[in-house]
Design a protein around this ligand. Sequence first.
Ligand code: ZN
Length: 153
Amino acid sequence: MIDNELAALYQDIIIDHNRSPRNFGELPPPRHKAEGYNPLCGDRLTVYLTLDGDRITDVKFDGSGCAISVASASLMTDALKGKTVAEAETLFTRMHALLTGTDAPAAEGEVELGKLEALGGVRAYPSRVKCATLAWHTLQSALHDDPEPVTTE
Ligand code: ZN
């Protein structure tokens, strides 16, 4: 597949997840919850998740933001269901590396990014990287029950 076709495919995934966000809505208590805000763009997201032991049994998000922030949250929630907390942390590390253009540690290669690779294109647009990382930082906060809202600043 040539680069242009790859770019078009990734674009389609982002457009699709922005138009039809997966797992959009609120999870009823008891659940973990965290709020995130990206002041550079105005994106506001809330991430909800339920755990059974150390496994993520359900995860949802709501809020509003630009196409990148919504697509990132939608793709993230799809990827996280059924994962352990440790796997979620590994995904966070790999996504952060993908989005910021740094190399992920080789030892963490066992978690497949799959469709999340679509978000790698934002690397070329530094002002949009925080749109894509917002959901992930908010996830971290939800996993750790951090009561303070997350801000990307
Ligand atoms: Zn944004």
